[in-house]
Design a protein around this ligand. Structure first.
Ligand code: SF4
Length: 95
């Protein structure tokens, strides 16, 4: 499941540099997450970083994009072909 940014976003931009997949960009009114590039931070962090830094709790799970941990690791591999994701990877599923 990817994350999405709600209309509560105040466009502070805190989330953008935290995303390991450069999935976040400034939109017309609020920042937006590219669901094709969001791995819920699986492979990089045990906590979704955008949600962790958002001061107004505008980064939330997107029920329209439900994915398993395996799906997200596969996505991470495609996004970062040079990185080794074998073995235990950081994941909020492991919490
Ligand atoms: Fe990027 Fe992680 Fe937020 Fe997804 S959950 S948009 S990978 S920071």
């Amino acid at each position: 499941m990817s994350y999405k940014i709600t209309s509560d976003c105040n466009s502070c931009g805190a989330c953008e540099p935290e995303c390991p997949n450069t999935a976040i960009s400034a939109g017309d009114d609020v920042y937006v997450i590219n669901a094709e590039a969001c791995t819920e931070c699986v492979g990089f962090n045990a906590t979704p970083q955008c949600a962790a830094v958002c001061p107004v709790d505008a980064c939330v799970t997107d029920e329209g994009h439900v994915e398993s941990e395996g799906d997200l690791i596969t996505k991470a591999k495609k996004l970062h072909p040079g990185k080794d994701f074998s073995g235990a990877v950081p994941s909020h599923f492991s919490k």
